[in-house]
Write a protein that binds this ligand. Structure first.
Ligand code: MN
Length: 132
């Protein structure tokens, strides 16, 4: 069963890059461009992982992480933050808000995929190595 990833990112190029990368690794993706829509979309899509940009219009990624962590039905879903911030204090704030992983932009493709896999043990790619 393919794992599902909700991707919240307002930059179209990054949104396409993340979704293309995830689909190439066997994940099902749902793209969201506005943080205000993310909680509702997460309820509908039931993702196994939520990836969110931090610099979003209308609602920051930090606010979104707080909203997800405050939602009884969504609080258990792992969150990976992707941000252009690079300072240690920024990572601390993102993790303190409730993110399980933190990746800086511009992303390293290998790091991005490795972090996703670490949060989704038994992901879709594992099917190719499992005995039928
Ligand atoms: Mn952004």
């Amino acid at each position: 069963m393919a794992k599902r990833v909700l991707v919240v990112e307002d930059n179209e190029l990054n949104l396409k890059l993340f979704c293309d990368l995830l689909r190439a690794h066997g994940f099902v993706t749902d793209p969201v461009r506005d943080g205000r829509e993310a909680v509702g979309r997460a309820r509908d899509f039931s993702p196994d992982l939520i990836i969110t940009d931090i610099q979003l219009p209308h609602m920051t990624g930090l606010e979104l992480i707080g909203a997800l962590r405050g939602d009884q039905r969504l609080r258990h879903i792992p969150i990976m933050a992707v941000t252009a911030y690079s300072g240690r204090g920024d990572e601390d704030r993102v993790r303190a808000a409730g993110a399980d992983a933190y990746v800086t932009k511009p992303i390293s493709v290998m790091r991005f995929v490795a972090e996703v896999r670490a949060l989704l043990p038994g992901d879709a790619d594992a099917e190719s190595t499992a005995a039928d």
